[in-house]
Design a protein around this ligand. Structure first.
Ligand code: PLP
Length: 427
């Protein structure tokens, strides 16, 4: 049996309707921006392997970090023990993050980082004997696929079968230039009445909703309102962190400080699974006392895994070099230029960029949705041209590894251009 045949026989893939799914790419190797299949076909990893692989594949510093770690300490229980790399990544991130952060809690992925944040918020109020039930979130949000994370996300066909199990959440409309004032007055009204435990948001860019960009000013005001009403703020930086938006964190682009930040995806350079929930000392304090029941009784087998921690330390090292920063600046600049160039172009309904993310909302006759056939058509077209892009509905987006070259970016733009022309012709 071939790899693909065996896969079909034994494997269940994520976010995939097996009956409709196009052929899988049998990947055997990846190097820099390139993904290579068993026949030797090469594809540019234009979405950084689900938005994770920051520096490209096979980064030598990360390989060295992992190798050194695995040869000294592979895994250790994280309750009752600690180790150098977990402490190092916690210290470095607490120091780097803007605001008043103090403690890092480790888990395994973005969803668990969010789950931990939500549980911390509920238990914080519980420990203080304050009754607060609801969460406030933003329409279109995606915070992960576990129950708490689904509860605060957009309620749609993705989580319909589970909806009756979710806790109470109110949603603010996604803020745009046009409705910003309305969103703020609604937020003001809701926060005054709602008795919210927490307010969760993806800062400045909603990822899974189609890389939707919104203004720092409105977010700043929302956080101010939350603070004024004693609502704990959670910034979901799972996608936006680590220079994805041009600055180390999205939070670097706003003035207000938040209470909790969640990190994952690029945290280890996309090489190992790890999530972090980082909080202020004020939150941590509420869990201290003589009573075990007051503690945060949560953990995973692989909490604080040393190899993942080493990968995160190495990735941060790479990220802080001048070379990485100049690559991020180069990508951001090229994205901004192509936005200028393509603004108002036929076949493009909307185009925008934020840091290293470029989004193109392609004008098709059907209503934009995740199920749009455009995503299948686009996916196939780009594959045939050596580019791995997985659109979100009608939105084609590029968030490449930072090691990409100008020529490789231009190659991607060129094929997006050709694809949009093709769609125009076929309409
Ligand atoms: C991907 C993502 C998550 C979930 O992370 P997983 O590691 O896939 O569980 C949560 N929030 C945001 C903003 C994300 O993009």
């Amino acid at each position: 049996m071939s790899l693909l045949e065996k896969d079909k026989k034994y494997v269940w893939h994520p976010f995939t309707q097996a009956s409709l799914s196009p052929d899988l790419i049998p990947v055997v190797k990846a190097e820099g921006v390139w993904v290579i299949d068993e026949k030797g076909n090469k594809y540019i990893d234009a979405n950084s392997s689900w938005w994770t692989v920051l520096h490209g594949h096979g980064n030598q510093q990360i390989i060295d970090g992992i190798t050194k770690q695995i040869n000294s300490l592979d895994h250790i229980i994280f309750a009752g023990a600690t180790h150098p790399k977990a402490v190092e990544i916690a210290e470095r991130l607490v120091e780097l993050l803007p605001g008043n952060f103090s403690k890092a809690f480790f888990s395994d992925n973005g969803s668990t980082a969010i789950e931990v944040a939500i549980k911390m918020v509920y238990q914080y109020w519980h420990n203080k004997s304050v009754k607060k039930g609801k969460f406030l979130a933003i329409e279109g949000a995606y915070h992960g696929d576990t129950f708490g994370a689904m509860s605060v996300g957009e309620r749609d066909f993705f989580n319909k079968p589970f909806e009756h199990l979710f806790f109470d959440v109110d949603y603010l409309p996604f803020p745009t230039k046009e409705n910003a004032n309305d969103v703020l007055s609604l937020a003001k009204k809701l926060m005054a009445e709602g008795n919210y435990a927490g307010f969760i948001f993806e800062p400045l860019v909603q990822g899974a909703a189609g890389m939707r960009i919104y203004d720092a000013e409105v977010l700043n005001e929302l956080i101010k309102l939350a603070k004024a009403n004693d609502v704990i703020t959670i910034a979901d930086e799972v996608m936006t962190g680590f220079y994805r938006l041009g600055t180390m964190f999205a939070l670097d682009q706003i003035e207000e400080e938040v209470d909790i930040v969640c990190l994952s995806k690029g945290l280890t350079g996309g090489v190992m699974a790890m999530g972090l929930t980082i909080t202020t000392e004020a939150i941590f304090e509420a869990f201290k006392g003589d009573d075990l029941a007051k503690a945060f009784l949560h953990g995973h087998s692989f909490t604080g895994n040393p190899i993942a921690s080493a990968a995160a330390c190495a990735s941060l090292g790479v990220l802080l070099t001048e070379e990485s920063k100049s690559k991020v600046a180069m990508i951001s600049e090229m994205h901004a230029q192509i936005c200028e160039l393509w603004k108002g172009k036929k076949g493009i309904r909307d185009i925008g960029s934020k840091g290293t993310i470029l989004r193109i909302d392609v004008d098709v006759d059907t209503k934009a949705s995740y199920f749009s056939s455009l995503r299948y058509e686009a996916y196939q077209y780009f594959l045939e041209n050596g580019i791995l892009i997985r659109p979100l509905g009608n939105v084609i987006f590029v968030n490449p590894p930072y090691c990409i070259s100008k020529e490789e970016l231009q190659h991607i733009y060129h094929h997006i251009d050709l694809f949009i022309e093709r769609i125009q012709k076929s309409k």
